[in-house]
Each structure stands twice: as structure tokens, then as C-alpha cells.
Design a protein around this ligand. Structure first.
Ligand code: ADP
Ligand code: ZN
Length: 630
């Protein structure tokens, strides 16, 4: 069998995605690889396909117990023999699994890193034919990352103890240079093929909204997205509790997760969510590590997170199946205050020196600032994120709230000069609030205390509100005419570029929202350009959507019978493809994206029966327009 046959037979896919093939080919040639791909890009296939082509066993090292279970279940569903060994098993279960493994029962074995040094595992590994060791979440080996796990260092010792060095493949979604170098170096990868795929997630729609009443906004959104699965992240447990109560009382199938709940409650709630018994989750950032639910259609941030790293990771839990999904951040300026408070009260790690603590604090402040700019920028949000992670493309994406808004450009050169003069007159000693208040000619106690009315610039922009002036200052910071210092006082200072503005002929333009385009409705689902992927309601007509519901119900029944999450039966995408192709026989069913041999045998007939019943055996067109390959 070749790699294409494996992809089709076991996973039901016709094509590899970007990057997958390169890594698979390198592995099959016996080369070490490092794959850096964003969440949802399809890392697993990169080692699972070669694992099935190699004659021996592949060991996958993974830090997350819940993820292992999910992966193994999903492989078993596809008809691949796999097992996991971690602390969730009893000693007896482990011995049994190892003896089956030694007898050649499994092609792929997932293990937690701390298992590697146990006597039993090592004895097994030394005798078995190991073709490959795969290190998942490989950034855990780097001390530079946020997720350093000392147990990952044991991987190196483990590999050294093996009689023959297998191919080593490593995967992560963390892209910084330092982490990348660490992985190659610490793991001792031998001239590896390193592949970094773009961080862009094209199926995700990004949006920042500033509703006056966030809870009402959320309620509305959740109700108009009935039956869809989503996560709502809150900054504090208190917020999460309150929002959960509200949604629950209005009859929404919602559950919750935060560190204040008992272990058992958390486990239960998580299961309810994963199995779609309660498809809406209200949680703090404690939720999500190792959650692999592929059909999450939206992630709403009720509060602004502390950094774009956190934001992109959490928002990225939407749309792992590649279907269009929405990432919406509800911003209010108060969020900045909350986060600053949280940072200031963060516990200091006693192992760090004063200097290190200061560096970390400065870094956190900087991250928070970059996060705040994301919420106020008028430019393409996707471009902003990608730029932050080191990708420069400079094209508006057409699939974010800023790209969908219509802006009027306004010349604020005169105002910008006044702002710069004001900052200079105040000797660059104040933050944005004082500067804006001074320009607006405000008379609050704090400003009187600083005697700002003594300066010539006092009230020089009094035809504007303080909020408008702040927007201009924010914009000037984004344009690098002003900077904020990287300490907690965030003083506003003038850059050399800003000083030049006072002398040179140069224009400063700012965008303000004209009005939202009609199609960009309140729920954020606007008129996407053709580059954006389509939603299921754009693909299927009303009868097609009806069939989709019929198939979804069948999927739930099957999932219950087998006690697996519905998305492990078939993904939403596969169901949509069935509604388009209306398969009536084996060949047609095998042509549906996501239907492999094993799943066909298990479920094929039952789905075909429902489809025949629904259509009366007639091939109707239940979709709009031309259907391209999904
Ligand atoms: P990652 O580990 O990179 O976050 P996964 O390996 O979980 O991503 O894959 C994400 C989703 O993409 C899964 O539902 C997987 O089945 C799907 N997928 C992976 N490769 C392909 C492919 N070549 N064609 C279609 N779907 C794919
Ligand atoms: Zn955009």
C-alpha cells in the first residue's frame, strides 16, 4: 500500500493538506522531521500515515492524557490498532497492554513521557521493533516556552537506550525561533526536515465587538446559533458563573468549567460538552488543554485575554474540522484594567531573581499592550495576528470584522500635531488618560492636581470628546508616532518619527466606521469574500439542511450506541458532503470526504438507508450552485 491508499482507506480523505506530504515523504526516507503547524492543520496524519507504512511500531509521546484517549479512540474507529499507556490505567492494565504490544498487536502506541523510564516499558521497547518515535507537543522540551515539562528531557535518555535509533519526528504549534532551535538541539534531531506551515487559519472569521451589554449580546448570539457548539471564555470565575446561570435559565443546553468546580464536576461537564449533550461551554482559561473537539463553531471571549498568544490558542479551538467558524472578542476598555490588575497581583515565582521578575513583568505588559491594540485597530485583524507571530503578508483578508466594515478616512494631521505638542509640553511624564483629559480640557481632580490647565495645550482639542482623542492617540501609537513605555505606568512618549511630523509635510489619516455593511449582521456572520470558506447553510438548500438534520440525528444514535463522541463517527463536513453527493451505493459512499473503509463497513449502510428513505431513491440537487471538491 502507498500513502495515498492509506489516507483514503483509513481516514477517508482524497488529498493531503499543505505540508503533510513533505513531512511524510521525509519520514519514509528515514529522515528526522520537525513539523511546526497551527492547531487543526492536521499534524496527526503526518505521523500516523508513515506509522502504518513502516514495518515496526511507532511510539507517540504526548503530555495530555485526555488527548491520548481521544486519538486512540479515533484510530480504533478508523480500524487501526492503537493503544495508550499512561497513569489513567492500572498497573495490571499497563502490563496487559505491554504484552499485547510485544506480541505485535499495535502499530501505534501513545505514552506519557514519565512512562518511558519505567522498567517494564524500557524492556518492551528494547525488544520490540521500533520504527519511529514521535514527539507530540514538542515545545514542552524547551525551557523557553511557557509549557516546559522536565519529563520531556527523559525522551532523549530513552532514545539513547534503544539498541537501534528509530526515526524521530517532532510536532508542535509553537513557532518562535528559540523554541524551534531548542527542539532540534535538545531532542538531537539529525539533519531534520523542518517544515513550518502558515499560521493562518482560513476558515476562522475574526471579529472584535464592543457591545454595551455583553451578556445580552452573548444570549442573542447563542440563540441565533442554536444547535451549534461553542465555547465562551470569561476572565474570572465570577463572570463565568453568572453567565452560565443566565444562559442555563433561558433553556440553553450549556455547561461550565473552571478551577472552582470539583474534579468530578469538571470531568462530567467536559464529557457533556464533548459528546454534544451540552454543546455550549462557559469557561475560564482553565478549560481547553487537550480538548480535541472538532466541531466547535464559535469561540467567544467575554473578556479580552492577557496576550495574543493566549487569544490565538483559545480562539483556535474553533473550527478544527476546517469548517467556517467564528472567533469573536467582546472588548470593553475595562478589560484592560482587569488584566492590568491581574498582572500586578500575579504571584511571583520565588525561584526567579528580581531582575528576571522584572523582565517577565515587562514582557507581560508588552503582551497585554499588543492584545489591546488588536481590539482597537481598524486594520485587518487576521493580518494583525499573523504579523504578531512573524508572518508578513499585508493583504486584507476579507474575512474579519474590520475587512467587512466600511470606513471613512479622515485627515487628522492637525490634531496629531497638537497631540504631539501636548505630550512634549507635559514632558512625556503621563499616561494616555492624562494626555487625553488635558487636550479635552477636562477639569477632574486628578488633572487639577497635576496643574495641567497651566499648559498652553490645555483644551486645545476641546471640540472632541476624550474618547475620540484617545482613539486618535491609540491610532498614533499603531502608526509609531507615539509609544507607550513598557512599564505599568505606560507613559506616552513621542517617537523620532513623531517629532518629524512637526516639521515635515506628512499626513496622518484615521479610519472611522461609516456603518456596517448590511450583510455584516450583528451575529458577525457577514458577507465573506470568495476566498473564505462557505458555511453549511451557504452550501445546502433548505431540503439539504433537513437531510443534514436527519443524518445528524442518526450520528447521535450511533454515537450513543458505541459510547463515543459524535464527531468520531463522522464530522459535520462529512455529513454535508453526503447531503451533496447523496450516495446510494458503496462506491458513491466511499467518494464522500471522510469515509474510509472501516467507517464504511461500520456505518455506511445505515447512512445510505436514511438518505434513500429521505430522497425516495431520487438524486436531487440539495445544494446551491456548483459544488467544488471539499
Ligand atoms: P492538529 O493535531 O494539527 O491540531 P489534527 O491532526 O487533529 O490537527 O487534524 C485536524 C482535523 O483535520 C482532523 O479532523 C483531521 O481528521 C482533519 N484532517 C487532517 N488531514 C486531513 C486531510 N488531508 N484532508 C482532510 N481532513 C484532514
Ligand atoms: Zn481581515
Amino acid at each position: 500500500m502507498d500513502k495515498y491508499t492509506i489516507l483514503k482507506k483509513y481516514f477517508g480523505y482524497d488529498q493531503f493538506r499543505e505540508g503533510q506530504e513533505t513531512l511524510i515523504d521525509a519520514i519514509l526516507e528515514g529522515r528526522d522531521v520537525l513539523g511546526i503547524m497551527p492547531t487543526g492543520a492536521g499534524k496527526s496524519i503526518c505521523y500516523q500515515v508513515p506509522a502504518l507504512l513502516f514495518s515496526g511500531i511507532t511510539i507517540v509521546i504526548s503530555p495530555l492524557i485526555s488527548l491520548m484517549k481521544d486519538q486512540v479512540q479515533s484510530l480504533n474507529q478508523a480500524g487501526i490498532h492503537a493503544a495508550y499507556i499512561n497513569s489513567s490505567l492500572t498497573e495490571n492494565q499497563i502490563l496487559k497492554a505491554l504484552s499485547l504490544a510485544a506480541a505485535g498487536q499495535y502499530k501505534i502506541i501513545y505514552v506519557a513521557p514519565e512512562r518511558l523510564e519505567t522498567y517494564e516499558f524500557l524492556e518492551f521497547a528494547k525488544r520490540a521493533e521500533l520504527s519511529m518515535v514521535t514527539v507530540d507537543e514538542a515545545h514542552c522540551i524547551s525551557q523557553w516556552g511557557q509549557d516546559f515539562r522536565p519529563s520531556y528531557l527523559k525522551i532523549v535518555e530513552f532514545i539513547q537506550k534503544l539498541p537501534k535509533r528509530p526515526v524521530i519526528s517532532a510536532f508542535t504549534a509553537t513557532a518562535t525561533q528559540a523554541v524551534k532551535e531548542d527542539i532540534v538541539c535538545v531532542l538531537g534531531l539529525d539533519h531534520p526536515k523542518v517544515l513550518v506551515t502558515g499560521f493562518d487559519r482560513k476558515n476562522l472569521y475574526f471579529s472584535v465587538e464592543t457591545p454595551r451589554k455583553k451578556d445580552i449580546w452573548v444570549m442573542d448570539y447563542v440563540k441565533t446559533h442554536e444547535r451549534e457548539s461553542g465555547i465562551i471564555y470569561c476572565a474570572t470565575r465570577k463572570n463565568a458563573d453568572a453567565l452560565y446561570e443566565q444562559l442555563n435559565q433561558s433553556g440553553i443546553p450549556v455547561t461550565q468549567y473552571h478551577a472552582g468546580l470539583g474534579k468530578e464536576a469538571r470531568r462530567c461537564n467536559q464529557e457533556d460538552f464533548i459528546n454534544d449533550r451540552k454543546p455550549v461551554m462557559v469557561a475560564t482559561n482553565a478549560f481547553g488543554m487537550g480538548i480535541d473537539k472538532s466541531n466547535v463553531r464559535y469561540v467567544i471571549h467575554y473578556n479580552m485575554p492577557q496576550s495574543l498568544e493566549n487569544y490565538y490558542q483559545e480562539a483556535g479551538r474553533a473550527g478544527r474540522d476546517g469548517e467556517p467558524s467564528e472567533c469573536i472578542l467582546l472588548y470593553s476598555p475595562q478589560d484592560v484594567m482587569i488584566n492590568r490588575f491581574l498582572l500586578e497581583n500575579k504571584e511571583e515565582n520565588p525561584e526567579f531573581t528580581r531582575e528576571e521578575i522584572d523582565t517577565i513583568r515587562e514582557r507581560d505588559e508588552e503582551r497585554l499592550r499588543m492584545m489591546t491594540y488588536y481590539c482597537v485597530t481598524k486594520n485587518c485583524l487576521r493580518e494583525y495576528i499573523l504579523h504578531y507571530f512573524g508572518e508578513y503578508n499585508h493583504v486584507a483578508c476579507g474575512n474579519c470584522s474590520n475587512c467587512l466594515k466600511e470606513y471613512i478616512e479622515k485627515d487628522i494631521t492637525k490634531e496629531a500635531k497638537m497631540i504631539i505638542q501636548c505630550v512634549l509640553q507635559l514632558r512625556q511624564r503621563y499616561g494616555i488618560n492624562v494626555v487625553a483629559g488635558t487636550l479635552a480640557g477636562d477639569n477632574r481632580a486628578k488633572l487639577r492636581e497635576y496643574h495641567v490647565s497651566d499648559y498652553p495645550c490645555y483644551g486645545s482639542l476641546k471640540e472632541y470628546t476624550e474618547k475620540e482623542i484617545k482613539q486618535m492617540i491609540q491610532h498614533m501609537i499603531l502608526e509609531c508616532l507615539l509609544v507607550q513605555t513598557k512599564d505599568k505606568y505606560a507613559l506616552v512618549k513621542v517617537t523620532p518619527e513623531g517629532r518629524k511630523l512637526l516639521e515635515k509635510e506628512r499626513k496622518v489619516m484615521i479610519k472611522t466606521v461609516k456603518e456596517e455593511k448590511k450583510e455584516a449582521s450583528k451575529d458577525g456572520s457577514g458577507n465573506r469574500t470568495s476566498s473564505a470558506k462557505k458555511r453549511k447553510s451557504d452550501i445546502l438548500n433548505s431540503k439539504g439542511l433537513e437531510l443534514f438534520e436527519v443524518l445528524r440525528t442518526l450520528r447521535t444514535e450511533l454515537a450513543r450506541e458505541e459510547a463515543v463522541p459524535p464527531y468520531l463517527v463522522f464530522s459535520d463536513k462529512t455529513l454535508v458532503d453526503m447531503c451533496v453527493k447523496l450516495p446510494f451505493d458503496r462506491e458513491e459512499m466511499m467518494g464522500v470526504s471522510g469515509v474510509g473503509e472501516n467507517k464504511f463497513q461500520k456505518y455506511g449502510n445505515r447512512f445510505m438507508d436514511r438518505i434513500k428513505e429521505f430522497t425516495g431513491g431520487e438524486k436531487e440537487k440539495l445544494y446551491f450552485g456548483e459544488q467544488n471538491e471539499m
